[in-house]
Design a protein around this ligand. Sequence first.
Ligand SMILES: Nc1ncnc2c1ncn2[C@@H]1O[C@H](COP(=O)(O)OP(=O)(O)OP(=O)(O)O)[C@@H](O)[C@H]1O
Length: 375
Amino acid sequence: MAQLKTTKPASGLAKPHLQLKQLRRSYGHQTVVKDLDLHIAKGQFLALLGPSGCGKTTTLRMIAGFEQPDAGSIYLDEQLLADAHRSVPPEERGMGMVFQSYALWPHMSVGDNVGYALKLRGVKGADYTRAIDQALEQVELAEKRDAMPHQLSGGQKQRVALARCIAAQPRVILLDEPLANLDRHLRSTMETAFRQLHRQSGATFVYVTHDQAEAMALADEIAVMHQGQLVQRASPQHIYRQPRTAWLARFIGQGSVLKMEAAAPSANHAQGTGQCIGDSAWLHMAIAHALPDSRKPQAEILVRPEHVHVHAAGQGAGLPARVLDCIFKGERYALRLALALPGAQELQAYSQQPFVVGSPVAIDIAQAWTLQSAA
Ligand SMILES: Nc1ncnc2c1ncn2[C@@H]1O[C@H](COP(=O)(O)OP(=O)(O)OP(=O)(O)O)[C@@H](O)[C@H]1O
């Protein structure tokens, strides 16, 4: 692999950001990252989200410099970091990486682990000690400075790994499933720590995860990958409310993808993908007409459980349905319902009251989102 020497951007006024341009990487005959275009603004917290094997880690490793692209290029500011012919070595990219496995040196104290990169850079004496103390304070582990890694809990080890990363003051911090080894309670504590550190450090964060809840809780924007390609990139709110494809709608959050008749009678709604339908009466009609053997065109819509109102059968109008499941979730009940219509389409709903499994109900769908056909 030819190695590029680090060169500063030509202009100090250049707008700094990380750019992946038409990035491609294959292993044997399998192309795992396919012409990926991604621009990440300075100081942004971007989550790279997708199911196992979609190419997230390979993308992160190319940004870090552990893998070289087969085609395309990676720029930081205006500096070319890598393309198919050249690659700046990882240690010259000004990036830090936090792994799922913590990757602490077992024979070094917490303080020495945190200061490792600084020592390599020749930082010594009071500056070295101050940088370690500051980084450990940021992750609230100042009292563990002299402890050894084996004396720490999983969450503490991950915070040391973060402190080590921050102490080196990287421009970009790359995180590969850093919370995957932690229990649920610790994960939410660590999510708070990540958000604080992101704000304090001002660094650009690129965070790989397959957990949508984690991506939504942490990131300003989410880039969803599927089979090596970018499916959608937007804010968590946008991706949740307006997923582009049926695949993404199913992948992100709770919700049901229902079929409805694309050209329902009395429809004065424009048809097509990427639209919010808020007319309940029209929605009910279009869903009721989605006969499984219909020759008329069918469309797919996303219905989130919070938009489904359930009441006992006979108490008001609505689509007829039957309760398949009713699970107590603490603050509410989660229902699984089957429409009592041809096709028996299933959907999810929330309710403040329990419903008996098997009982007939009526449902109102307040809004839905039209989708592209399944990817
Ligand atoms: N060094 C390698 N040699 C061969 N195949 C590889 C190599 N690294 C990754 N792959 C394959 O590339 C595909 C993408 O892997 P990658 O680790 O990028 O996915 P991922 O989205 O991060 O998945 P996970 O969430 O499971 O880590 C997988 O099919 C994987 O088996």
